[in-house]
Each structure stands twice: as C-alpha cells, then as structure tokens.
Design a protein around this ligand. Structure first.
Ligand SMILES: [Zn+2]
Length: 167
C-alpha cells in the first residue's frame, strides 16, 4: 500500500512575525555585559565548590550546583578554538555573508567554551586548537556582540587572499 499524502486540503498562509522584545539580563548577565561594553573585559565566575570557571557566567554552577554570586574572574581575551562549523548557505536568518565560521572558543582562564564567530581568515584554514583573540566592536552593543568576532592571533590565510596550493 502506497502512502501518498493528499495535499488538496493543505494550504499555506504567508505571514511575517516581528517580535521586538527586551528582557532583564539578570544580575550576573548584566555585570558580564556591562564589563564587555564599557571596559572591554571578559568576565567569568569561578565556582568555590569545584573551581570551574564558567564563561559566560551564570548564577549556578553547571557541575555542582553551587551558588556563584560574586566569584568574578577576568578571562581571555585570547583563547583556543575547541570546535567549529562553517555555515555555507545564505539565509535571511544568517546575519552576514557566507561562509560564516561559528566556533566554540575556550578563553584563557576559562573551563567552558563560548560560542562566537571567527573572522579575519580563510574559513578553510580554521582548525581545532587555533589561538584566537577577541575583536571588540567599535560602537557599544547590548549583547555578546560587544565582541564583534574573534580573529587568529597569528597571521592566517585571508578569505580574500589566495588559497594555499595543495601539493
Ligand atoms: Zn561547581
């Protein structure tokens, strides 16, 4: 028996949702964002229970559920690529031209990775272990995009430059 859906009764209605909103970033999130925005400093919290440094900071330790109030430490701005993906398709939800590299970056002094975008290099040259550093946005922003992107610490092949020749 063939299962073929009958689409005669199905129709779609085009629409558009625009949903501006604001939310309280919380006590921990607010301090984190203000330090990024006003001082270009990246803060994490160190758990008094298990010594894990969590970035972005949160109010409760993921590992031992300890309260993390007022256990601030500064991390980065450099770090290491723990993992990454290259977005290769253009879509209205992708905020910039593709290819776009999104990476898990573990900042120096942190035990947890931060998700952010990589720039200033050929996406094909990104690798796990690459040393990168934060590039702060020229104008203040209200989100983690106070850090515009991360770039390699050492010179890398440019996205606009010639590709390395295989041999
Ligand atoms: Zn802990």
């Amino acid at each position: 028996m063939e299962l073929t859906p009958d689409l005669r009764d199905c129709f779609t209605v085009p629409g558009k949702l625009a949903l501006p909103y604001t939310y309280f970033a919380g006590r921990i999130g607010s301090r984190f964002l203000l330090a990024l925005q006003e001082e270009h400093r990246i803060l994490g919290v160190r758990c008094a229970g298990c010594a894990t440094v969590l970035v972005p900071p949160r109010a409760t330790c993921d590992r031992c559920q300890a309260d993390l109030a007022d256990t601030w430490v500064e991390v980065g701005p450099a770090g290491r690529v723990e993992n990454f993906t290259v977005v290769r398709y253009a879509d209205r939800h992708v905020p910039e031209p593709v290819p776009l590299v999104l990476a898990l970056i573990r900042l120096d002094g942190a035990d947890t990775p931060l998700v952010h975008r990589l720039g200033g290099m050929d996406p094909e040259a990104v690798r796990v272990g690459l040393r990168v550093t934060a590039v702060f946005a020229a104008e203040p922003r209200d989100t983690l995009l106070c850090i515009d992107h991360f770039r390699p610490l050492a010179p890398q092949p440019s996205a606009a430059g010639p590709r390395p020749q295989g041999g």
